[in-house]
Design a protein around this ligand. Structure first.
Ligand code: MSP
Length: 625
């Protein structure tokens, strides 16, 4: 059996953030789960590199589009190994084979008469890279980007979406598994109740050259969505490569922001092309910070590299999957992450592993003990393990990862209680070695099953548990988890170190009293907690209604918004291009309605404020220590 899973290809106008990381980790978990079940998997991710947005971002960075996309695409490729992402291929829309496929498809659809030339006037959102209808606007603004759309009148090529509208409605109605969860299927069906407009698929080169030429009119480049969606075909070698025959159709994972292109344009493109439709579109909600979606344009992003460095890869992966109900929005906070690590990973799972292996070492010389026929309590644990594996399987297949993990944690919790009740230490004291052996065998066997199920989500930790149980990773397969009692007595176990160290809650220290402030000496570790970085100001403006505050966009190296109380001493226009020192790991704070992500350092005397700046130019994001 083969399985093809994709993430969106991410725009390279922003550094990778936790929102991108979530979709990519989900795809990785699905890929690993399918591999665990013995399927051959192709997992595609990549970057979307054409279009207006990218040109604008390159200009801002003072680079050519090519230099810019090379640098930013690399930022994604450098991030995924930190999260242990096991993709099969990383596609870039600037790859020559991709361009060839886009041109081939355009020509075919043009030749069969589904593309025509016309003039169009409408409201264009550069953030969404598409025309918006009046109805979609909220208070005259794009609902996603909170910016006014630009009126545009242009002669362009159009793709006949409308011709396929009835067919698409029928397809979605007949196949409930085509778009899931159901709320998104309903959203699309309700959108399709209105007449579908044809899709403008070109941009005149007079306005945009950074794209793929239309093969039938080189005065135009193709629309970025038409280009981007085709990555799902070019990425597995459509039309000639045997991999495409083997792996297509795909399962696509996306967030709700790009539902329409995937649920409307894409199936119609495939249909027009005569290619079988994708198997499933799996749509998730947003990671929010406070009330707002985490996004570059809102300046509230969290960098995956920062989290992995601070908390560990498996910890972050587990949190992402456990905390978000797939399909709904979730809130991100470091407090919630710390809570999950301490409660679920360190206390429940970590302790169970540690105490089981410690007892096996102490009572049985580290060898898996042999069980006897067992008692009621053992049979009950076996039955629960079987039931949990079945539930886990069902929930993983249904993309309900949080439920799959909750079910696994029921088994972990019950096993902890089993250890407490059976108390192998008392059994040993009483000289009942046979019973202690049976109990510990059951605990080790649960750990084998738990580690196997957990492998797709926390691969490195699961592998540690399995090797500590004396197992070889080659034997890891889902069918072996469904059967209780496969662990062979006599295997040599290893206790190893604690899997998930407990984290101290980061308390905000009480404000020291005024008199003591200058005397208080801090240990060096306090200083190392500060993430101080060089940040470059790319934009500055006054915060309306105040005399003191400026809103700055800074690069450090990702872009953020910070509010600084320096308006009395600096003009906004004098700050652009200046390098400053940023405290980058402060909790975001809302100041006069603007979310500030950090604090800029300044020195104060009776003359006023002076910004602290590096002595000469350094790379934005450089650490200050
Ligand atoms: N380039 C297009 C996609 C083309 S796919 C053929 C694009 N790129 S994007 O960089 O904006 O990525 C959007 C995707 O990133 C979302 O669909 C989601 O997978 C992920 N996310 C970005 N921000 C997110 C959140 N705050 N929360 C959850 N996912 C987020 O659109």
């Amino acid at each position: 059996m083969s399985y093809y899973v994709t993430t969106p290809i991410y725009y390279v106008n922003a550094e990778p953030h936790l929102g991108h990381a979530y979709t990519t980790v989900v795809a990785d978990v699905v890929a690993r789960f399918k591999r665990l079940k013995g399927e051959e998997v192709f997992f595609l991710t990549g970057t979307d590199e054409h279009g207006d947005k990218i040109v604008q971002a390159a200009q801002k960075a003072g680079l050519s589009p090519k230099e810019y996309v090379d640098r930013m695409s690399k930022a994604f490729r450098d991030t995924w190994p930190l999260l242990n992402i096991s993709y099969s291929r990383f596609i870039r829309t600037t790859d020559p084979e991709h361009k060839r496929v886009v041109q081939l498809v355009l020509q075919k659809i043009y030749d069969q008469g589904d593309i025509y030339f016309d003039e169009y006037e409408g409201l264009y959102c550069f953030g969404c890279e598409r025309f918006l209808t009046e109805k979609e606007l909220e208070d005259g603004l794009c609902p996603d980007h909170k910016t006014p759309p630009t009126p545009l009148k242009e002669a362009n090529y159009f793709f006949k979406l409308s011709k396929y509208q009835d067919w698409l409605i029928d397809q979605i109605k007949k196949h409930p598994e085509f778009i899931t969860p159901e709320r998104y299927r309903n959203e699309i069906l309700s959108f399709l109740r209105e007449e579908l407009e044809d899709l403008c698929i070109s941009r005149p080169k007079t306005r945009l050259t950074w794209g793929i030429d239309l093969p039938f009119d080189d005065r135009f480049v193709t629309y970025v969505w038409f280009d981007a969606l085709l990555n799902y075909l070019s990425g597995i070698g459509y039309p000639d490569d045997p991999r495409w025959q083997k792996f297509w159709p795909a399962h696509h994972i996306i967030a709700k922001d790009i539902l329409k292109p995937h649920a409307v344009y894409w199936p119609i493109m495939l249909r027009a092309l005569g290619v079988p439709l994708y198997k499933g579109l799996h749509v998730h909600g947003y990671w929010n910070v406070g009330e707002a979606k985490m996004s570059k344009s809102l300046g509230n992003i969290v960098r995956p590299a920062y989290l992995v460095d601070k908390y560990g890869c498996d910890q972050v992966r587990y949190f992402l999957l456990r905390e978000m109900a797939f399909g709904l929005d979730a809130h991100f906070s470091e407090e919630a992450l710390i809570r999950r690590i301490n409660a679920d990973l360190a206390n429940d799972l970590g302790n169970l592993v540690f105490r089981a292996l410690t007892m096996v070492r102490k009572y049985f010389g580290g060898e898996v003990p042999a069980p006897d026929e067992g008692k009621e309590a053992d049979k009950a644990l076996q039955a629960l393990a079987k039931q949990v594996v079945a539930e886990y399987d069902r929930e993983m297949e249904g993309f309900q990862f949080h439920r799959a993990l909750a079910s696994l944690w029921e088994l972990i919790g019950e096993t902890n209680r089993y250890v407490d009740h059976q108390a192998p230490w008392s059994l040993m004291k009483e000289g009942n070695t046979a019973r202690a052996a049976t109990v510990l065998y059951h605990v080790l066997e649960v750990l084998r099953i738990v580690a196997g199920c957990l492998w797709p989500v926390c691969p490195a930790s699961a592998e540690k548990i399995l090797t500590n149980l004396g197992l070889s990773l080659e034997e890891l397969s889902f069918s072996r988890l469904e059967e209780f009692g496969r662990l062979k007595p006599g295997l040599k176990t290893k206790r190893g170190k604690a899997l998930f160290p407990r984290l101290e809650k980061e308390e905000t220290p009480p404000e020291p009293s005024k008199e003591k402030k200058s005397e208080a000496l801090l240990p060096f570790e306090e200083f190392t907690k500060w993430d101080l970085r060089v940040a470059e100001v790319v934009m500055a403006e006054r915060v309306p209604g105040t005399d003191r505050l400026l809103k700055l966009r800074v690069r450090c190296p990702e872009e953020r918004t910070v509010v600084a109380g320096i308006a009395e001493f600096y003009k906004p226009e004098d700050l652009v291009g200046k390098q400053v020192i940023l405290v980058a790991n402060l909790k975001p704070a809302k100041i006069r309605g603007v979310v500030s992500q950090g604090m800029v350092l300044a020195a104060k005397d009776k003359e006023g404020l002076k910004l602290v700046v590096p002595e000469s130019r350094v790379n934005p994001g450089a650490k200050v220590s």
